[in-house]
Design a protein around this ligand. Structure first.
Ligand code: BGC
Length: 251
């Protein structure tokens, strides 16, 4: 079946990115839009921003939306790096009502993982693949033979007296002005912990630090092969579009 284009949107703490995507090829069919996330990023404010994007693009089809929280059946259950008022909000309903388009919502790391596995470095990988997005927080996406196990939230694993994302997210590296070595060693401790529990065959590192892997790779000592993600900051919206297509066609 030929796949209809889908509007992919990636909602982040700093920016909201959007483009029309061909879910079959992962290619962008429109310009890449980037607008600042409204502050405070309340449900109403984000819904209004989405409506503006839809109007600007004159879009009238399905929307897939990556969101930086656990999302089950369209409902948001966590709010680590977003406004607390999101908890228990049915984002799927809210965005569908605000835009007049059917919307499907997926965790942002799961969305990035879906694109990375289909079109990026994960393309030919089998067995268990763990993708981590290292940014403001740490997002995780787990795949068993290319099949997503959603909402893993491994960035929230209790670790070193706190949670993993506070210990070794990219934002922590910047805030604490850690050298690549100091941060790489922290990341390694976390990866070894995840490896001990899950035993992934490979780990894909995404987010801004992916392109700097050469700076800290020598501090990583997992058995699992480490890869840098290569879809970089468009993976989230591409994967969200692919997720929406799958959802729409599984109903
Ligand atoms: C959230 C995750 C999200 C990650 C990356 C974490 O704080 O809990 O759901 O995937 O940040 O945005």
């Amino acid at each position: 079946m030929h796949k209809q284009p889908i509007l992919g949107i990636d909602i982040g703490g700093t920016a909201i990115k959007a483009a029309i995507v061909d879910p079959e090829t992962g290619l962008l069919l429109s310009e890449f839009h980037r607008v600042l996330t409204p502050k405070p990023a309340t449900p109403q404010a984000i819904a209004a921003t989405l409506n503006t994007i839809v109007t600007d693009l004159n879009w009238q089809g399905v929307i897939g939306c990556g969101f930086p929280a656990t999302v089950q059946n369209g409902i948001v259950f966590t709010a680590s790096n977003i406004d607390p008022s999101w908890i228990q909000v049915n984002a799927q309903q809210l965005f569908s009502n605000a835009t007049g388009c059917p919307c499907y919502i997926v965790n942002d790391a799961d969305a990035a993982g879906v694109a990375e596995m289909a079109f990026g470095v994960g393309k030919r990988l089998s067995g268990m693949t763990l993708l981590l997005t290292l940014g403001t927080g740490i997002g995780s996406a787990l795949f068993i033979n290319q099949q997503l196990w959603p909402n893993t939230e491994l960035g929230h694993a209790k670790f070193q007296g706190s949670i993993a994302e506070r210990y070794c997210a990219e934002s922590t590296r910047i805030q604490e002005q850690l050298s690549w070595q100091a941060w790489g060693e922290r990341l390694n401790e976390y990866l070894l912990h995840l490896e001990f529990i899950l035993h992934p065959d490979q780990i894909i590192l995404g987010g801004g630090v992916a392109e700097h892997l050469v700076e800290y790779q020598s501090y990583l000592s997992t058995q699992a092969t480490i890869y840098a993600a290569n879809n970089l900051n468009q993976a989230g919206l591409i994967g969200a579009a692919m997720y929406a297509w799958q959802k729409q066609n599984s109903l």
